[in-house]
Every structure is written in structure tokens, then in C-alpha cells.
Design a protein around this ligand. Structure first.
Ligand code: SF4
Length: 249
């Protein structure tokens, strides 16, 4: 089916809060899908997860962390060896360079510890705002909302934001969600995006929040159908030939 357009208007704050309350109830124990044993491993796994699935990252980090169990070891690693281990993650040369450099910076500037401060995190090689937010919220229980591709897409479909950039989406979510729940918010949206509100085809008939979400109406309009259930069913009907399931890099 054609790409589903995002709503042109945000839902009211009241509806937005109700939508997120449903997601919170649906995914009460949501946590990151990345495997890690300590904050150093979490940081490296999140850097590797750019443009890659968490499942794929988990397949490579078991070998990586076995060979390089601490920043001191990774800081001295041979780049080609690291590239070989993480090759299936995509952008492996850049990622290998980044994680080795990040490990060196941890050793040289932070005594081998991962800092909890946003500025210090974002100063590390390969660490942008999203990665910093994941580390802050997961490892240090700080109030931060990480906006990845799932959070961006699901937030738009739910009418929580019209933001054109991850930072704008983050700001809109912060205005809706009570601060003490910021660190859980991305997990609700990521799990919902993986399980139900998939790209490119959301499973609206199965969605616990479809009575509040504006997107089924948009689908109905674009298909010229009247009822929301009909529209949702049409939107989720499989085409005669399945489109290729191209994996993210
Ligand atoms: S109703 Fe459809 S578009 Fe809206 S959140 Fe659920 S699956 Fe996504």
C-alpha cells in the first residue's frame, strides 16, 4: 500500500495523555532489547545500534564484549579485528573507529567510567543526543526521552507531534508526559512500533489505542472507506505479492 501520511494536526493534550496511558498499561515492563551487563557495554551497544536492529547488535556484542570486556581493552584494540566482529551491524568501519575512540576517551578522560552528564556523553566519539538519552535513561535513570525511528513514526501516527526532527519530537513528548515517566516513554513507543504500529503497515485493528489514534481516520479517507475498522482492515490487508522486506542497514 501507499505510504501512510502522518496526521496534519496534533491531538489534544488530553487525548495524547490517554494514548500514552494505554501504551503504558500495554507495555508495563518495557525495557531496552539490547543485551548489556554494565554501563560500558550499554554505551557500546547503543552506538552500534544506529541504523541496525537490536537483535543484530546482540548477535555481535556477545563476541565483542567477550574479547573486549572493558574500555581499557577496547581502547587498545586492533580496528580490523573489531570491524570483523561487528561487520554485520552495518557502517562497521565507522562504528569500529567510533567505539575504539569512545573507549579511549573513557579511559583518558573519565577513568574508564561512562559519564552520566549529557555534555560529557555527547562529547564521546559516535555519541549523539539519542545515544546519550538512552544511556542517561537506562543506565542512570535520568529523565530523558530517546527518539529513534520507531518513536518518531509512532509519535506522528498518534498525533503526539508534528515535529520534523527527532529533537522537535522529543520536545513535544516532554510537554505531554510527566517528567518522572520520560525514561519509560521511548520503550512504550518502540515496543508498540515493533509489535503493532509497524512501518510501513500498522496493524490498526489489533491496536489497543485505535479508538484514540487519528491515523485510522486518515487511512479511511485516503481509501475512500467510511468506517474506521474497514479502513484499518484495508490498510493492513496484504497485497497479492508481498513487498520485499528490506532490512535496515
Ligand atoms: S491505530 Fe494504527 S496508526 Fe494508530 S497507533 Fe495503532 S497501529 Fe499505529
Amino acid at each position: 500500500m501507499a505510504k501512510i501520511p502522518f496526521p496534519l494536526r496534533k491531538v489534544t493534550k488530553d487525548v495524547a495523555r490517554k494514548e500514552l496511558e494505554v501504551l503504558e498499561r500495554t507495555y508495563p515492563h518495557a525495557v531496552t532489547a539490547l543485551n548489556y551487563g554494565n554501563t560500558y557495554e550499554l554505551l557500546i551497544a547503543v552506538i552500534l545500534s544506529a541504523q541496525c536492529t537490536d537483535a543484530r547488535v546482540n548477535m555481535t556484542t556477545s563476541a565483542l564484549f567477550k574479547k573486549y570486556p572493558a574500555p581499557e581493552k577496547l581502547a587498545k584494540a586492533n580496528q580490523e579485528d573489531v570491524e570483523r566482529i561487528i561487520k554485520s551491524c552495518g557502517f562497521f568501519r565507522m562504528k569500529a573507529r567510533n567505539i575504539i575512540n569512545a573507549a579511549r576517551e573513557l579511559v583518558e578522560k573519565h577513568g574508564g567510567q561512562v559519564p552520566s552528564d549529557r555534555q560529557e556523553l555527547e562529547a564521546l566519539a559516535g555519541v549523539g543526543r539519542k545515544t546519550a538519552n538512552v544511556v542517561m535513561s537506562v543506565a542512570f535513570q535520568e529523565a530523558a526521552i530517546a527518539v529513534d525511528t520507531h518513536v518518531f513514526r509512532v509519535s506522528h501516527r498518534l498525533g503526539l507531534t508534528l515535529g520534523k526532527t527527532p529533537r522537535e519530537v522529543e520536545n513535544d513528548l516532554e510537554a505531554i508526559v510527566p517528567r518522572e515517566k520520560w525514561r519509560h516513554t521511548s520503550h512504550w513507543l518502540i515496543l508498540h512500533g515493533r509489535a503493532i504500529c509497524k512501518a510501513p503497515t500498522p496493524l490498526c485493528p489489533q491496536c489497543p489505542v485505535n479508538h484514540l489514534c487519528p491515523t485510522p481516520k486518515i487511512i479511511a479517507k485516503s481509501l475512500g472507506v467510511r468506517s474506521r475498522p474497514d479502513a484499518a482492515a484495508a490498510a493492513t490487508r496484504r497485497p497479492a505479492r508481498s513487498p520485499s522486506t528490506k532490512k535496515k542497514a
